[in-house]
Design a protein around this ligand. Structure first.
Ligand code: FAD
Length: 424
């Protein structure tokens, strides 16, 4: 790329995954120079670390899309550079001199379990979903040094969305693999995810009851048909509500048939059961659905659930970055549609960082919407306020700090080689 290239603006994009790569692609196409800051070595975000590893084809497709967007003209990649960790948000605007910042940093903080004192038991009986799925996706890699978990039969999962069903599936699949391994059977977990547990066991002449496992249970605070497994249209008619509730039930029943986990609806955690310095389960209160559609506690009905492990899967929220306004758990925005961050006219958010939830299609779509809005602003004000050479000097210095020489394909190849070295 020529240093004299006539960029319309210099844009910092925080996060290089689905939303970040999409924004970089769109804004570079609109004539901006986009510098993509990614905290990790690889830029795949929740595609690599959230989506369970059995989504083999989907992950590959998303990786390819991200790679091609981050290697287009007008995009510079800066790996292993966390904003708020290695470079502050203020530095981006003041020292590096970016005209615009697009936040595409996702939602990497688990919403805290709302039982007083619970977090004192993290990794002593209490586990949160994000590190748990990270562990599941990576723990077989040689040299893995992330969080480490032992799977326990009888685990209680608190949650109710698609992600919490994935947590239940991970537990069931891992436990079944372990039990088969004890019998000398080396079962491929991804194949079992496709076939389902009963069909896989049948191929080995076994049934679930032969394994001596109780399985995990998902505790949900609302009714089964309220689980956000399929989205209702806006302002649904009573018929549409009925239909969507039936779809949700069918999705859940299919998952339970294939992976044999239990679900116990209309319970919300209200207390901790402890054994010495470990969490040994949860106290749940019965709920009912009130007239406003919210879950309300039914006084006097309590169950104590002893569990060797509790996994909380009640949603993800963005990690706060110093210098950015928050509204409770979420970024404070003037306008969700265009991702405009309150108090700034040049900072925008897109994808999971805005709502904390969503999916790949929603992240990409929102990012496109935000980038197209920002691109329109560039048409009005078409010249960067800062000197390109000084910006490039910052970029090159940081690239050198992290050992990245600007050759994206080689960097990614090397990063995968390190992760998968001894696997094959
Ligand atoms: C268990 C689970 C299962 C799922 N299953 C599906 C599914 O089947 N289908 C589907 O469509 N979606 C699924 N999703 C949702 C989907 O993975 C996400 O909605 C989507 O990947 C979010 O993309 P994003 O780009 O908005 O955020 P992310 O993918 O989170 O990208 C954010 C990026 O920003 C980087 N970053 C964060 N903070 C900083 C910082 N301070 N500085 C620099 N970089 C930073 C991160 O490392 C990351 O690369 C699932 C999610 C989970 C958790």
């Amino acid at each position: 790329m020529s240093e004299e290239a006539p960029y319309r603006a210099h844009v910092a994009i925080i996060g290089g995954a689905t939303a970040g790569a999409e924004a970089a692609d769109r804004l570079a196409a609109a004539g901006a120079l986009c510098v993509v800051f990614e905290q990790n070595g690889r830029p795949y975000g929740k595609v690599e670390d959230g989506l369970p590893a059995w989504h083999v084809a989907l992950r590959k497709k998303e990786y390819d899309q991200i790679d091609s967007k981050l290697t287009r003209d007008g995009v510079l990649f800066l790996p292993r550079t966390g904003i708020g960790r290695d470079v502050s948000f203020d530095q981006l605007l003041e020292e590096w001199g970016f005209d615009l910042v697009v936040l595409a940093n996702g939602a990497w903080r688990d919403r805290p379990l709302s039982v007083s004192g619970a977090d004192a038991y993290i990794n002593r009986g209490l586990v949160y979903q994000n590190p748990f799925i990270y562990w599941f996706n990576h723990h077989r890699e040689p040299g893995y040094d992330g969080p480490s978990y032992e799977i326990h039969d009888g685990t209680a999962v608190v949650g109710g969305g698609l992600a919490s069903i994935d947590v239940a599936k991970v537990l069931q699949l891992e436990m079944t693999c372990q039990k088969l391994a004890e019998r000398g059977i080396d079962q491929d977990l991804v194949e079992m995810e496709v076939e389902g547990i009963p069909a896989t066991l049948a191929e080995h002449g076994l049934e679930w009851s032969d394994l001596g496992l109780q399985g995990c249970t998902l505790y949900y605070r609302r009714r089964l048909e309220d689980m956000p497994l399929a989205e209702a249209p806006a302002n649904p008619t009573p018929e549409q509500i009925k239909k969507i509730e039936a779809v949700r039930r069918r999705i859940l029943e299919k998952a339970q048939r294939k992976y044999l986990f239990s679900v116990d609806p209309l319970w919300t955690p209200v207390g901790l059961l402890t054994h010495g310095d470990r969490l040994g389960g949860l106290r749940f209160a019965r709920t009912r659905i009130g007239e406003d559609g919210r879950a309300v506690i039914v006084p006097g009905e309590i169950q104590n659930v002893e569990a060797p492990m509790v996994i909380s899967s009640i949603g993800s929220i963005p990690m706060p970055i110093k210098g950015l306004p928050m509204d409770g758990e979420l970024l404070r925005l003037d306008d969700v549609e265009h991702g405009r961050v309150t108090t700034f006219d040049n900072v925008f958010g897109c994808g999971n960082v805005v709502t904390g939830k969503g999916n790949l299609v929603a992240s990409r779509k929102h990012s496109r919407q935000v980038a197209d809005f920002v691109a329109e602003l560039l048409e009005d004000d078409a010249s960067p306020r800062t000197d390109l050479d000084s910006l490039l000097a910052h970029v090159q210095e940081q690239q050198a700090n992290v050992g990245y020489d600007g050759k994206y394909d080689e960097w990614i190849r090397q990063a995968w080689a390190e992760a998968h070295q001894a696997i094959s």
